[in-house]
Design a protein around this ligand. Structure first.
Ligand SMILES: Nc1ncnc2c1ncn2[C@@H]1O[C@H](COP(=O)(O)OP(=O)(O)OP(=O)(O)O)[C@@H](O)[C@H]1O
Length: 254
């Protein structure tokens, strides 16, 4: 597959939750494509259905209407999606290396064959030497790095990230953004990323998709034509801030 091919195609996706108080339309209608190796962020008001959308793509939730096509439909979410949640969700009683290897066990693959890969990934996320520690010995940022390594271990095509740095302090969050940029360029994965932070979305992404309030519709899509590799100075440039302001305006925050 070439870099420019569409990996994920979301077509006329709609989601209605059936609740005790009746129906709740979370996603009205959303359609967009994500190209191979692209980094796409989704922003939108709280409760507009961003997590719902990600969970549908991951196969964790049923859709009401529409199509999700990944790699022209040859797709098994268990094998081909890596998910990073807001909380690292590590198993406290397992060593770091065994947390990274969890998807391998779930997929019933040969753990021994993936141990070297797990070590390489821990190195890549800056945790060389921590493989035999336990989660409670690591900071929040370090735990989130473990969960990124865990999401990559089975070499999925698509990485879904749901507000992965939302629980971190501001400085750690900035550092994790820079780390994520490096990990993304080294691993050459396709990423669909959810965040509340407009500046974070602009900084990380090739494209930012803006959703309206619930029931959500796409109200904007911005190609972020800023050079890579990106560094923290970029955030002080007028080009960067123009994108941020444009996204805010689309969200009618003025
Ligand atoms: N299991 C569920 N049953 C019923 N309603 C739900 C369920 N999960 C989410 N919702 C509702 O669907 C809407 C969208 O929720 P979702 O968590 O996808 O939004 P979000 O954009 O990710 O929100 P936030 O930015 O605050 O995290 C909300 O109104 C929420 O209350």
């Amino acid at each position: 597959m070439s870099e420019k091919d569409v990996l994920l195609s979301i077509q006329k996706l709609r989601k209605v939750y059936k609740t005790r108080n009746g129906e709740l339309e979370a996603i009205g209608q959303v359609s967009f494509d994500v190209k191979n190796q692209e980094f796409v962020s989704i922003v939108g008001p709280s409760g507009c259905g961003k997590s719902t959308l990600l969970r549908i793509v991951a196969g964790l939730l049923d859709k009401t209407e529409g199509e999700i096509i990944v790699d022209k439909s040859k797709f098994n979410p268990d094998k081909e999606v890596g998910f990073v949640f807001q909380k690292a969700l590590l198993l406290d009683w397992r060593k770091i290396i065994d947390n990274v290897l969890l998807p391998i066990e779930i997929l019933k693959l040969d753990k021994k064959k993936y141990t070297n890969r797990a070590m390489e990934l821990l190195d890549m996320v800056g945790l060389k030497g921590f493989e035999n520690r336990y989660p409670n010995e690591l900071s929040g940022g370090m735990q989130q790095r473990v969960s990124i390594a865990r999401a990559l271990i089975h070499d999925p095509k698509l990485i879904l990230m749901d507000e992965p740095f939302g629980a971190l302090d501001a400085i750690t969050r900035e550092k994790m953004n820079l780390e994520l940029m490096r990990i993304w360029s080294e691993s050459q994965k396709t990423v669909l990323f959810i965040t509340h932070e407009i500046a974070e979305a602009v900084f990380l992404s090739d494209r930012v998709i803006v959703l309206s309030a619930r029931p959500s519709r796409q109200v904007g899509s911005f190609d972020i034509d800023l050079p890579r590799p990106r560094n923290i100075e970029l955030k002080t440039t007028s080009e960067f801030n123009k994108y941020v302001i444009d996204v805010y305006k689309t969200l009618e925050v003025q």
